[in-house]
Design a protein around this ligand. Structure first.
Ligand SMILES: C[S@@+](CC[C@H](N)C(=O)[O-])C[C@H]1O[C@@H](n2cnc3c(N)ncnc32)[C@H](O)[C@@H]1O
Length: 415
């Protein structure tokens, strides 16, 4: 740990209660180790604690949340950027450094130490508190957030499997309309803190009340088509979970389709990024949950879908009726399986679930032709016929479903 950055003086000067906690922790550690506590040993122990704050990774466990800190001298050398070209993923006890894109010889490898979809001031605050530096990456320096997340990242060409075939170079190199950008910055500051609190633990009526307020607060983001800017993505994700808990899977499906096509590709451009793959998997699972066998028939609807063609549920139902859900679900699961190893590994729970679900779909009788189309597409996703198949079987239906997203939100959370 000798050569690692510790920022001990900055922690002492700037960290307030955290510093007193660290002093206490250092004394406890010395006592536990049976070492004498004196000024020198205490200073050494505090230095170790500071170094582990600055250089370690929070190791997360999907089931129990954070399980510990991971410290590795090589990985500790990687600097931060809010437009990183790599990320670290834990696979059991191993940490794996993945690249988001091709990294040239001598180009610096950079990861994001924080959730880089936070708004500029929140990112700076988080970096200052733990790492004691002000980020000066191009995105922070020019306050490029709104420009970048609205229009996608120009430096990445996404392939056809990305679900975001329309991401391209921004048409306005000078940046977004500055008046919109200014008013957006002001409201994001105001609403982010109360919008980012999790709703889990609240009763359904309380959740609905909260989501009403949050959805209404996101109006400017929504009207400006700034769909990838927090807290809008967060509110949509909470709403999708809310509907899922009420067994309104079709509503969740419309919102999740919107997130997978209009939000995530702009937040995280690499198509194999773990959060992108999770989003695609959620859509696939919801498609399986809303498959025709579960919908009943027009004469005997099992749920509230088939009401009237003019009602929202009727329109969603009509749209779903035109979709070959099994084929669409199969392609999305193939994408999850295809990208899971790059996003994480074959040990990933999502990979295994997708693999099992894919087996179930492939075992369905009478789908030989559709199955052959899916396999052909996965072999050659950029072939002309295969692209047409993908557009028809996946992109078109996803866009159609996501077009209901705001109506679904307004129907439950509108004023
Ligand atoms: C995990 S260490 C990274 C390796 C460190 N640069 C070194 O040489 O030991 C984290 C520290 O590196 C510095 N750092 C990382 N990314 C930075 C950036 N984008 N701009 C300025 N300093 C950065 C900060 O001092 C931070 O506390």
């Amino acid at each position: 740990m000798e050569g690692m950055e510790g920022h001990v003086d900055k922690f002492r000067r700037e960290s307030g209660k955290l510093w007193s906690d660290m002093e206490l922790q250092a004394m406890a550690a010395l006592h536990y180790l049976g070492r004498e506590t004196n000024a020198k040993s205490l200073a050494q122990a505090i230095e170790v604690l500071c170094k582990s704050q600055v250089n370690s990774f929070n190791r997360l466990d999907e089931d129990v949340g954070q399980t510990g800190l991971f410290l590795n001298p090589t990985l500790a050398m990687v600097n931060h950027s809010c437009t990183p070209n790599g990320f670290v993923q834990f696979v059991g006890r191993r940490a794996v450094l993945h690249a988001y894109r091709e990294i040239k010889k001598d180009e610096e490898i950079e990861i994001s130490y924080i959730d880089c979809n936070l708004h500029l001031s929140y990112r700076q605050e988080a970096l200052k508190a733990r790492y004691h530096f002000t980020c000066n990456c191009p995105r922070c320096k020019d306050d490029m957030d709104i420009y970048q997340v609205c229009r996608g990242y120009p430096h990445l060409r996404l392939n056809h499997l990305s679900l975001a075939p329309d991401i391209q170079k921004p048409q306005h190199p000078q940046g977004p309309d500055s008046s919109i950008a200014k008013s957006l910055s002001a409201i994001i500051e105001e609403i982010y803190s109360w919008c980012s609190t999790s709703l889990s633990g609240l009763s359904p009526p309380e959740k609905q009340k909260q989501l009403r307020q949050r959805w209404s607060a996101c109006k400017l983001l929504r009207d400006s088509c700034a769909y990838a800017i927090e807290p809008l993505p967060h509110v949509l994700a909470e709403a999708s979970m809310y509907f899922g808990e009420q067994n309104k899977f079709t509503h969740s499906l419309c919102i999740s389709s919107f997130i997978a096509t209009q939000v995530e590709p702009y937040k995280t451009p690499a198509p194999f990024a773990p959060q992108r793959i999770k989003g695609v998997f959620i859509v696939a699972k919801l498609l399986a949950n809303t498959a025709p066998a579960d919908l009943g028939s027009a004469d005997n609807p099992k749920n509230d879908l088939l009401v009237s063609n003019k009602s929202l549920v009727g329109r969603i139902s009509a749209a779903l009726g035109k979709i070959d859900q099994a084929t669409m679900c199969q392609v999305l699961l193939e994408m999850v399986v295809y990208y899971a190893a790059a996003a994480h590994s074959k040990e990933w729970a999502i990979f295994n679930e997708a693999w099992d679900l894919l087996g179930d779909i492939e075992a369905l009788q009478g789908r030989e032709l559709e199955d052959a189309h899916v396999k052909a597409f996965m072999r050659n996703p950029n072939g002309a016929a295969e692209r047409r198949f993908f557009d028809q079987a996946v992109v078109g239906p996803l866009q159609e479903l996501s077009a209901f997203c705001f109506d679904v939100m307004d129907s439950e959370f509108g004023s």
